[in-house]
Design a protein around this ligand. Structure first.
Ligand code: AMP
Ligand code: MG
Length: 484
């Protein structure tokens, strides 16, 4: 296989060379053949599921692969941890797809490394299946995300609160660089490593960033923020709650990464939190933009020592960029929300309308996805419009008038709204049911059926309806757990 191991060009402080630990009885549970094809792996890999299970459990190493565990630090729930790193993951190398893009292939749950601290280096089946489902769903929704190539069960038990079946999940990411990677070297005062990391990041993700000295680093900060804003605005569009937006889970590529305690928003309420450990609601749905700004400030701080060539005060330079964040974010957020309402542009006054609609959602405990889907369909269907009218109250007429003033054909507005509003999302109770089916060894029929629907989230397939229903308890008692 044509592996590139570009991370190895960085010096050894960036990683530990380490091999996966073999597992007892690997079996291929989920396989992403579309992704394998996109990565041009089909001709490179065996077709036999047993052989694939051997490879994607870490039992058999692909030729050309030099596995490493990468070093990173991170702010977890606001507190700095100077040494985290891949404690249960092995980066096998990069492959190049047919468009020339590079993709990291990483095993997660593949055994302990020097970064494991007290962890066992393993992953339970549930979180592995969750990552597969959620990342496929996000990809199909059009949200930048890492993806999963395979889930292999290990035949071994992992011990968490209870004994659980173990698994290895293969993650595909455009890189595994995190804000925490920068923090790792910044905390050690290793400026040469920071510079090398910036060069590597720019080459891999931001080739448009050019210039020298402080201009280069400030441009990088600006571009990283731009991509992160796009990402979190997309999360807000589909109702994704990451659940653990620590800086070690913030990817420089601007992709969604680490699906541990993530969940989807049902009833619209910005304060929604499902993660059992997020007792303060730090990572609540509506807090995600603020946390992003906080995380970008931490990234900016890492760059401070590299800005010395500039006559201005480095802190001021970074602050200027960070201070623009709220305005930049709001502009992108309002444009996205305007599209959800079918508006061609976001005009003065539309912010008010958007807020009024969302307040109404909150007041009436309306489901975020279902209501926007109904509003979309109401454009072409009088019966649906009759359903939506009482839901929206006074907002309905206001919204209709705004659409009318825009002077577009209903079909045109419908198309815009359809692109912004999915008909189906990976609802928490269906994700849980699919995970449970895998844990109970009931086969993968349910997961595959669910995935088929999730892969066309803007279309009604014949069995989409099976996955659109709302949870009986409105997810009031739903809790998610960190995927350890
Ligand atoms: P995560 O919650 O998956 O983002 O992980 C946070 C940190 O804990 C990372 O450094 C992981 O490598 C480490 N970690 C999580 N679970 C385990 C485990 N079972 N064994 C070793 N390290 C782990
Ligand atoms: Mg993580």
């Amino acid at each position: 296989m044509n592996f590139i191991n570009s991370y190895l060009q960085l010096n050894e402080g960036f990683y530990e060379r380490t091999l996966p630990t073999a597992v007892a009885d690997p079996r291929l549970l989920l396989w992403n053949s579309a992704l394998a094809e996109q990565l041009m792996l089909l001709n490179e890999l065996p077709q036999d599921p047993c052989a694939l299970a051997d490879i994607f459990s870490g039992n058999v190493l692909l030729p050309g692969s030099v596995p490493v565990a990468t070093a990173y630090a991170g702010h977890q729930f606001g507190s700095f941890v100077p040494r985290l790193g891949d404690g249960r993951a092995h980066l096998l190398g990069e492959v190049v797809d047919r468009d020339g893009s590079h993709w990291d292939i990483q095993l997660k749950g593949s055994g302990p490394t020097t970064f494991s601290r007290n962890g066992d280096g393993r992953c339970a089946l549930g979180p592995a299946v969750r990552e597969f489902i959620m990342s496929e769903a996000m990809h199909a929704l059009g949200v930048p995300t890492t993806r999963c190539l395979a889930v292999v069960t290990t035949g071994e038990t992992v011990y968490r609160d209870t004994p659980l079946p173990g698994a290895v999940v293969t993650r595909v990411a455009s890189s595994h660089l995190r804000v925490g990677t920068f923090e790792y070297f910044a905390a050690r005062g290793n400026h040469e490593a920071l510079k090398a990391l910036c060069r590597y990041t720019i080459e891999r993700h931001y080739p448009e960033v050019q210039g020298e000295g402080s201009t280069l680093y400030l441009d990088l900060l600006d571009r990283v923020i731009e991509r992160q804003i796009h990402l979190i605005v997309e999360w807000m569009r589909v109702g994704f709650i990451h659940g653990v937006m620590n800086t070690d889970n913030t990817a420089l590529s601007g992709e969604t990464i680490d699906f541990g305690p993530c969940a989807m928003l049902g009833v619209y309420n910005p304060q929604t939190v499902y993660s059992s450990i997020d007792t303060m609601g730090r990572y609540a749905f509506g807090n995600q933009p603020k946390i992003l700004q906080w995380n970008m400030s931490r990234f900016g701080e890492c760059l401070l020592p590299l800005l010395g060539d500039n006559p201005s005060n480095p802190v001021k330079l970074v602050e200027l960029i960070i201070d623009e964040f709220p305005t930049r974010f709001e502009q992108k957020y309002l444009a996205m929300m305007a599209a959800k309402l079918g508006l061609r542009d976001c005009l003065p006054g539309d912010k008010d309308l958007i807020e009024a609609v969302l307040n109404r959602f909150k007041q009436k405990t309306l489901d975020y996805t279902l209501t926007f889907d109904r509003m979309t369909r109401s454009l072409l269907c009088a019966t649906t419009a009759d359903q939506v009218k009482p839901d929206l109250g006074a907002c309905f007429a206001r919204w209709q008038k705004r659409l009318h003033d825009q002077g577009e054909e209903p079909h045109e507005v419908f198309r815009r709204m359809r692109r912004a509003n999915p008909v189906v999302i990976p609802r928490n109770h269906h994700v849980e049911a699919a995970i449970r089916a895998c844990e109970r060894e009931e086969g993968t029929e349910l997961v595959e059926r669910f995935l088929q629907v999730l892969r066309s989230p803007y279309e009604n397939l014949t069995h989409t309806v099976e996955f659109q229903d709302l949870p009986a308890d409105g997810d009031r008692f739903y809790r998610t757990f960190c995927g350890t």
